[in-house]
Design a protein around this ligand. Structure first.
Ligand SMILES: C[S@@+](CC[C@H](N)C(=O)[O-])C[C@H]1O[C@@H](n2cnc3c(N)ncnc32)[C@H](O)[C@@H]1O
Length: 232
């Protein structure tokens, strides 16, 4: 297995600090707003689910509890290993190494695609969208979760950290591709301040991270995301 499959976008947070990224995943969306919005549109019962850019497989067991079959695809070999270890006891889960641009999945074999902060989907991701059209069966649906940099406290931090990110251009891109946008309000909720601070430090460059740590007290932050989705 190559260390990193071709086409992967650098993802320093989870690639370099998978343990801290796990703390982030544990803190994200305690109210399960994202999951509810997805399930409202496409229940997972009996479905074949594909998680693109599944990282260390954090979401795979939850899908496996509802779906018939779950495939995680992840370009980074160490994360593939982590995801496989996490799901070792789950007979309906398989983790394959690959990237969104060349999914290691047969044509018309998937009912639901989930891609959460997969660092690939946005302007320029047409090869990945073509792959989704190839692998999703008629009647299926795809969901892509990403930051909404136009709103929320977290969105402000994101704009400070990535001033060249053009949120309006991202919205225009998805509209041109025929995808729908569901703006969602989620939050981070940590158990310990030190976990919040270590997660902030893997998400933002030092100047921004230290500003956030110094100016944002407590264990929570409001966080706007977009759920981009389409039916097939
Ligand atoms: C921020 S992490 C999110 C991981 C996971 N979705 C989660 O929510 O825990 C971004 C992930 O996208 C993956 N990634 C980067 N480029 C990709 C590509 N071209 N196709 C699929 N996944 C990609 C990275 O390897 C990394 O695991």
């Amino acid at each position: 297995m190559p260390r990193i499959a071709k086409g992967a976008r650098p993802s320093p947070n989870i690639w370099n600090s998978p343990g801290t990224y796990e703390l982030e995943n544990l803190a994200v969306d305690p109210d399960r707003v994202i999951e509810s919005a997805m399930l409202e549109r496409r229940p997972l019962t009996g479905a074949r689910v594909l998680d693109v850019g599944c990282g260390s497989g954090f979401h795979l067991p939850g899908f496996a509890a509802q779906a018939a079959r779950v495939i995680g695809v992840e370009p980074h070999g160490d994360l593939v290993d982590r995801a496989r270890r996490r799901c070792a006891g789950l007979r309906n889960v398989e983790v394959r190494q690959g990237s969104a641009q060349l999914l290691p999945v047969p044509d018309a074999s998937v009912d639901v695609v989930h891609a959460r902060w997969a660092y690939f989907f946005g302007p320029g991701c047409e090869p990945g969208l073509a792959e989704l059209r190839r692998v999703v069966r008629r009647g299926g649906a795809a969901f892509i979760i990403d930051n909404d940099a136009t709103r929320s406290t977290f969105g402000g931090w994101f704009r400070a950290a990535f001033p060249k990110y053009d949120a309006r251009e991202v919205e225009r891109f998805w509209a041109r591709q025929g995808w729908s946008r569901e703006p969602l309000d989620i939050r981070w909720r940590f158990e310990r301040r030190e976990d919040f601070e270590s997660v902030v430090r893997i998400e933002f460059r030092p100047e921004v991270a230290e500003w956030v740590v110094a100016n944002h007290p407590g264990l929570e932050v409001d966080y706007a995301v977009n759920l981009w989705w389409r039916a097939f």
